[in-house]
Design a protein around this ligand. Structure first.
Ligand code: NAD
Ligand code: 6OD
Length: 489
């Protein structure tokens, strides 16, 4: 049984309810999960509040940072446990969890422990009406108890991306992991206890969204801020709850990200980038590409080479050496993606490859498998080219002029990320500046420096996280103004 983690103790939810954690590789049961009742969420928030004022606050900044380094080291030491837990919940290839999810889970603690040591503050001198100087300086204090609500696609990575900076700034947290992927958040409780993080600093409540732990937490009157990653529609519900309680929010939401390939691009680099951005994690990455605009001169070659790359994706058991493609997270998500596969045909798409469920053999028949899929022949305004699918698929659309590509790339309700493939450095600058997104990659994809601003515009989110931007969200500034009566300047 996967348990809630409240005030340093693992415990069952008070209502005695459970839900199933299913392995999407074959539909087998990973574990039952104990669902937190409203009273458990109350307890978690109370524990976080007590730790905030007590043992956590009494640590010096350097001691807090040392503890976060110890958390990172312990994740590294127990990497195999974390990889196994993440793989069982998500079905992703073991190699992906080992190279991306788990190392980033550790890095998220180190990076923000470093950042918080160096965070600048501001100071101004001014003059009172009597001519005496006054010194203003800003103090940073933790925001308080932070509600952290997480998705299932990169569970440990995205959870620690918020917990790392929140703790570095001296806050305490109550985490609500996705009901699809509760395991690594629960396991992190063991790490917190083993390195001596005070009880109540890190709490985990399991459950679903509406009328369950997600809603109980986001509407709780005694939290101080909400940081959320997930669907835009869920984000809107949480913003409403936060508005009612006047709570600050950080929102990392959905996307329908474009890649723009110019005829002067290095096509080896382009295909390598597109293969990752369309298919990695079975397309379940918020930054992934689902719209590819290709300049007409290289259109056929890009489509053909991307389809060849798709044909090299091998579904299979996560630990098998040749497996480089996992299932979708659940049958529910598989139904959603397959609906879009059907819609693409209705909207007149040419199916270049994929479009259905692969033949995986009897042992994996119960899994949520899907084929990597490429479409051409769809107009830019079609639903398949406009709505977030969150699967391993893309629409490829030709363009002639740069202005046309820019217009199509920006014509979206979302504004998370874009990638551009070109060798023209002047174009890189002008095109990147004109894209209405929070993140632009040029001749690469998902290359991260964790000090940089991360987040989206339009329906893709509110605010930025990363480096000092996270520290801004997870701290309150107080300005202190001291009148210096002794001196006239
Ligand atoms: P989701 O919105 O369905 O769920 C996210 C979390 O919110 C889960 O823990 C869920 O239980 C909880 N939740 C659901 N309804 C709630 C409610 N009413 N109140 C409180 N909590 C509630 O998202 P998902 O399906 O887990 O993740 C996929 C989505 O996340 C995609 O849209 C993807 O683009 C987005 N995403 C965005 C980013 C980013 O950085 N912008 C990163 C990863 C995923
Ligand atoms: O790399 C990150 O910090 C980050 N937040 C990635 C988000 C990926 C979305 O699925």
């Amino acid at each position: 049984m996967i348990l809630n983690f409240i005030n340093g103790q693992y415990r069952e939810g008070r209502g005695g309810r459970t839900f199933d954690d299913i392995n999407p590789v074959d539909g087998s049961l990973v574990a039952r999960v104990s669902e937190a009742a409203r009273e458990d969420v109350d307890d978690a928030v109370r524990a976080a509040r007590a730790a905030l004022a007590g043992p956590w606050a009494s640590l010096k900044l350097a001691q807090r940072c040392d503890l976060l380094y110890a958390v990172a080291a312990e994740i590294d030491r127990r990497a195999e446990d974390f990889i196994s837990a993440e793989v069982a919940d998500t079905g992703k290839p073991r190699s992906l969890a080992a190279h991306l999810d788990i190392p980033r889970g550790a890095a998220n603690f180190r990076v923000f422990a470093d950042a918080v040591r160096d965070v600048p503050t501001e100071a101004f001198t001014t003059h009172a009406p009597d001519g005496k100087p006054a010194l203003n300086y800003a103090l940073r204090r933790p925001k308080g108890v932070i509600a952290v609500i997480c998705p299932w696609n990169l569970p440990l990575l995205l959870m620690t991306w918020k917990v790392g900076p929140a703790l570095a700034c001296g806050n305490t947290v109550v985490v609500k992991p996705s009901e699809e992927t509760p395991a690594t958040a629960a396991l992190l409780g063991e790490v917190m206890n083993s390195v001596g993080v005070p009880h109540g600093v890190y709490n985990v409540v399991h459950g679903l969204g509406p009328e369950s732990a997600g809603e109980f937490l986001s509407t709780h009157p005694d939290i101080d801020a909400i940081t959320f990653t997930g669907e835009t529609r869920t984000g809107a519900a949480i913003i409403k709850a936060a508005g009612a309680g006047i709570k600050p929010v950080s929102m990392e939401l959905g996307g329908k990200n474009a890649a723009v390939v110019f005829a002067d691009a290095d096509l080896d680099v382009t295909i390598a980038g597109l293969t990752r951005s369309v298919f990695e994690n079975t397309g379940q990455v918020c930054l992934g590409t689902e719209r590819v605009y290709v300049q007409r001169g290289v259109f056929d070659e890009v489509v053909q080479r991307l389809a060849e790359a798709a044909s090299r994706l091998k579904p299979g058991r996560p630990g098998d050496r040749e497996t480089n493609f996992g299932p979708l997270i659940s049958h529910e998500h598989q139904r959603k993606v397959l609906n879009y596969y059907g819609l693409a045909r209705e909207e007149g798409a040419t199916v270049v490859c994929g479009g259905g469920v692969p033949e995986t053999g009897a042992a994996l028949q119960g899994g949520a498998w899907i084929e990597p899929t490429i479409w051409t022949g769809l107009p830019h305004g079609s639903r398949v080219a406009s709505e977030e699918i969150f699967g391993p698929c893309c629409v490829v659309i030709p363009f002639d002029k740069e202005a046309e590509a820019l217009q199509m790339a920006n014509d979206s309700r979302y504004g998370l990320a874009a990638s551009v493939y070109t060798q023209n450095i002047d174009r890189v600058h002008s095109f990147a500046a004109a894209l209405q997104v929070g993140i632009v990659w040029v001749n690469t994809w998902f290359l991260r420096d964790l000090r940089t601003a991360f987040g989206g515009s339009k329906a893709s989110g509110i605010g930025r996280e990363g480096g000092v931007h996270s520290l801004e969200f997870y701290t309150e500034l107080s300005n202190v103004c001291i009148k210096l009566n002794g001196a006239e300047q």
